[in-house]
Design a binder for this molecule. Structure first.
Ligand SMILES: C[S@@+](CC[C@H](N)C(=O)[O-])C[C@H]1O[C@@H](n2cnc3c(N)ncnc32)[C@H](O)[C@@H]1O
Ligand SMILES: [Zn+2]
Length: 171
């Protein structure tokens, strides 16, 4: 295999260059659905501190290692983090991130064969700035790609037409 690669200690995955973006995490052995893979570790900081560390206005392409844990706390995988910070986003993911007792854990949601890249859906909150579409463009390459690493825009709620009481169905 070309390029630098690094296996983790339990041989479950390896880090190498990804076709999605930068480095990625790839299965080194078969991983089963429901298998817990790694904690998304990192320094716990406030939203305000996170905004100070990463300024979207300074980036051509969004690139951070942040994971929103709750309304107040963000985990920065770039400090005190581990290999989980290299897991890329996919719109058709084979993993999911689950918050358990205040910790973020990455689980497989499918059978993952050796050599396949691990990915979960980042589901970043959508911003109202149209310029952010380019900043958050998705390169996951899936046929189901929604084109963005942000969540889909919320569908406007349909207004329910009220039916008159005792209405009769049919033409
Ligand atoms: C936690 S890092 C993932 C590791 C990253 N590949 C690296 O080498 O640093 C998150 C960043 O990776 C990039 N990224 C991850 N998935 C992506 C995708 N599907 N499309 C475009 N960029 C992606 C974005 O820049 C995102 O901010
Ligand atoms: Zn995508």
């Amino acid at each position: 295999m070309a390029g630098k690669q690094r296996k983790n200690s339990n041989g479950l995955y390896e880090i190498r260059e990804s076709e999605i973006q930068g480095r990625g995490v790839f299965a080194a052995r078969r991983i089963r659905p429901g298998q817990r893979i790694i904690e998304y570790a990192g320094e716990r900081i406030s939203n305000k501190d996170a905004d100070g560390r990463y300024d979207d206005d300074e980036m051509d392409r969004h690139h951070t290692f942040l994971f929103t844990l709750d309304k107040k706390t963000v985990v920065d995988g770039n400090r005190l983090g581990n290999d989980s910070r290299f897991i890329n986003h996919s719109c058709d993911p084979n993993c999911e991130a689950v918050i358990e007792d205040g910790e973020i854990w990455i689980y497989a949601v499918r059978n993952i064969q050796p050599g396949v890249e691990l990915a979960y859906d980042y589901q970043y909150e959508r911003t109202s700035d149209p310029g952010d579409e380019k900043l958050y463009a998705c390169k996951c390459g899936s046929p189901k790609c929604r084109g963005s690493i942000m969540k889909l825009p919320r569908k406007p709620r349909k207004r329910r037409r009220s039916k008159p009481l005792n209405s009769v169905a049919g033409p």
